[in-house]
Design a protein around this ligand. Structure first.
Ligand SMILES: Nc1nc2c(ncn2[C@@H]2O[C@H](COP(=O)(O)OP(=O)(O)OP(=O)(O)O)[C@@H](O)[C@H]2O)c(=O)[nH]1
Ligand SMILES: [Mg+2]
Length: 201
C-alpha cells in the first residue's frame, strides 16, 4: 500500500539539497524557489498528495516511503509569479522520526498532514506542529491538511476541531483528497500566495 513518489533523482537528490539556503530561496521575486516539507503519520497520504500534485496520478498500490523522497513542481500564479516547490516527502513511520529535522531544517513551508478518519493521526499532526514551532524556520509557512476527505462516512476528525486548532496556531487549513484530486492544486496555490515575497528595491 502507499503512494511512493520516487527516490531522490541524480540531479536533485544530493545531500547538499537538504540545507538549501533559507528555504525561501528567491532573489527574483517573480520566480520563487521554495523548500517544502511534508510531515505526518504513516499512511495519511503524504506521498499520494505529492504524486497527485506533481504527476496527476493516484497509485494505491505503491509502497510506504523509506527515509524521504524528493520531487519538484513549478506552478504559475495569476500575477505571473512562478513558484518552484522543492518537495521533501518524509517517511511517517516512527523509525524515521529522528530524520525529520534533516528535511524540515531550512524549509520555508511545512505541510502537516493527517487522515480525517484517524484521530491518532490528528494527534500526531499536533506533535509535528509543536516540533516545527520549536525547531523550524522562524517565518515558516505552516499548512494543516486533512486528507482522505473522500471518506466522509468514516470521518472522525471534525472540520471545526481542525480549523480551530489551525487558527490558534496561525496555520492555513484545508481538507484534500489525493484519491479524487479534490483541493490538491488549491493547497499548493494557497501556500504560494502566503509566501513572504522578497521586497523589490
Ligand atoms: N481514500 C483515500 N485513500 C488515500 C488517499 N490518499 C492516500 N490514500 C491511501 O492511503 C494509503 C497511504 O498513502 P501514502 O501516500 O503512502 O501515505 P504516506 O503518508 O506517504 O505514508 P508513509 O510514507 O508511510 O509516511 C495508500 O494506500 C492510499 O491508497 C485519499 O485521499 N483517499
Ligand atoms: Mg509516503
Amino acid at each position: 500500500m502507499g503512494c511512493s513518489a520516487s527516490l531522490p533523482d541524480k540531479s536533485s537528490g544530493k545531500l547538499s539539497g537538504l540545507n538549501t539556503e533559507s528555504g525561501g530561496g528567491a532573489t527574483d521575486p517573480k520566480n520563487l524557489k521554495v523548500k517544502l516539507v511534508l510531515l505526518g503519520d504513516s499512511g495519511v497520504g503524504k506521498s499520494c498528495i505529492v504524486l497527485r500534485f506533481v504527476r496527476g496520478q493516484f497509485d494505491p498500490t505503491s509502497k510506504v516511503t523509506v527515509g524521504a523522497s524528493f520531487l519538484s513542481q513549478t506552478i504559475a500564479l495569476q500575477d505571473s509569479t512562478t513558484v518552484k516547490f522543492e518537495i521533501w516527502d518524509t517517511a511517517g513511520q516512527e523509525r524515521y522520526a529522528a530524520l525529520a529535522p534533516l528535511y524540515y531544517r531550512g524549509a520555508a513551508v511545512a505541510v502537516v498532514v493527517y487522515d480525517i478518519t484517524s484521530p491518532e493521526s490528528f494527534n500526531k499532526a499536533q506533535y509535528w506542529v509543536k516540533e516545527l514551532q520549536k525547531h523550524g524556520s522562524p517565518n515558516i509557512v505552516l499548512a494543516l491538511v486533512g486528507n482522505k476527505a473522500d471518506l466522509q462516512e468514516n470521518r472522525e476528525v471534525s472540520i471545526e476541531d481542525a480549523k480551530g486548532y489551525a487558527e490558534k496556531n496561525g496555520m492555513f487549513f484545508i481538507e484534500t483528497s489525493a484519491k479524487t484530486a479534490d483541493n490538491i492544486n488549491q493547497l499548493f496555490e494557497e501556500i504560494a500566495k502566503r509566501l513572504p515575497r522578497t521586497p523589490t528595491s
